[in-house]
Design a binder for this molecule. Sequence first.
Ligand SMILES: Cc1cc2nc3c(=O)[nH]c(=O)nc-3n(C[C@H](O)[C@H](O)[C@H](O)COP(=O)(O)OP(=O)(O)OC[C@H]3O[C@@H](n4cnc5c(N)ncnc54)[C@H](O)[C@@H]3O)c2cc1C
Length: 418
Amino acid sequence: MRNEIGEQLPSIRQSPCRIDDSCDESPDREHGSYEVGVGGMTGNVAVVGGSSAGLLTAHLLARKGLRVQVLEVADELDPAPRSLIVTSRMRDLLGPLCDQAVVNEIRRFELFTDGRKATVELERPDLVVERSVLNRVLAQQAQSSGAQIVPGRRFQGLEPTGSALTINVERDRGGTLEEVSAKVVIGADGAFSRVAIAAGWPRQPTVPLVQAVVQLPKDMAPDTSRVWFVPEETPYFYWLIPDSPTRGVLGLIGESGATVRQYLDRFLERRGLNPIEFQSAQIPVYKRWTPVHRRVGDGHVYLVGDAGGQVKVTTVGGIVTGFRGALGVVEAILSGGRSRHLRVLRRELDLHLLIRRVLHQFSQSDYSLVVDLLNASARKALGLYTRDEVARLLWHLCRSQPRLLLLAIRGIFSRRAR
Ligand SMILES: Cc1cc2nc3c(=O)[nH]c(=O)nc-3n(C[C@H](O)[C@H](O)[C@H](O)COP(=O)(O)OP(=O)(O)OC[C@H]3O[C@@H](n4cnc5c(N)ncnc54)[C@H](O)[C@@H]3O)c2cc1C
């Protein structure tokens, strides 16, 4: 079985490797425009941020023979545990590598609203992955491809120097400053990317996400996720995702940090669930495509993952789209700017934005109608196509139940009329 990364990168560089192969092709350094004189520390590409998007980018570039250094502010590449749900697309992208991080598989979704329920059986299970394991696996892979990972380095700023960029880095939180020279800097430093700000991108909007680790209710199967639509509390939704036979994460995306935790507390109380611990953060909210590249002097700056707002705004899931952003940025770097992956990702994120705009208008009666309209063939379409192939999903959903399309069109026009 070939994974997507192995299949798609060869079209750029004709490499037969896939991401989990040990690939012995000789390094190709013909992309001379990215070669730099390196001062101080090694590396002609500096990736800022050693989490999922940054580590995959580092691996893909190092595999192509570029000298890559990952600068990560944390002292160890071992973030706090966090359970994340992703579609099977992640397995297509990473291949067997992904399996080491999978802690559970979700075979069905139960959708609730206003006392109604619809069940969707997934043709290919969603994967619940443990972020710390995923990052560890990606870091090993990046290192085995030749990338150097340097923890304890906080990016402070960058400036053009000669034909390259000088990055200012704080070392070991001690206030000691270092300079790193690189021709290409890749900002993979999350929602509040300092790389993006330093290179002149505007600050991106974010929404608060909070989730609680809970014991699963007795009536809940560990291969089933639950989603509740409660539009008077959030235009997004609540979820409960099992990450083991006995535990799960119950979460909520809101629009204001002040209310999101209150709503979650009340929701937990209504269901008699006791939080074991809380996890929270701000997630970028996609409002339009962020061009991923800027020139700074003679140097190049790119953004991947949350730093570039590569997050599906329907569900605010950013792992798979961040990986696709990494593929695209690598493709752009290696091909001198063009990337089919980025074009496809942009279309996909724009389509999620359109759906989000419609859902943001939905009242309780709209959600009730949606659940009522989910006939067998609409539920089949929902189970067959994932949220990472949203154009196909929408097409088949609307074919199965054209009244859903009418509801969506009404949502679009009611927004325009406001
Ligand atoms: C509670 C929670 C649950 C989530 N659940 C899901 C889910 O179920 N499915 C899903 O797809 N997505 C989920 N997400 C979103 C997902 O986690 C992110 O989209 C994804 O982690 C983004 O990866 P990234 O590599 O772009 O950035 P991040 O994971 O944010 O990593 C950024 C890295 O940059 C480092 N860094 C930051 N600043 C600097 C600096 N100045 N110098 C050096 N290094 C720096 C950070 O330490 C970090 O390692 C969730 C997010 C949260 C908070």
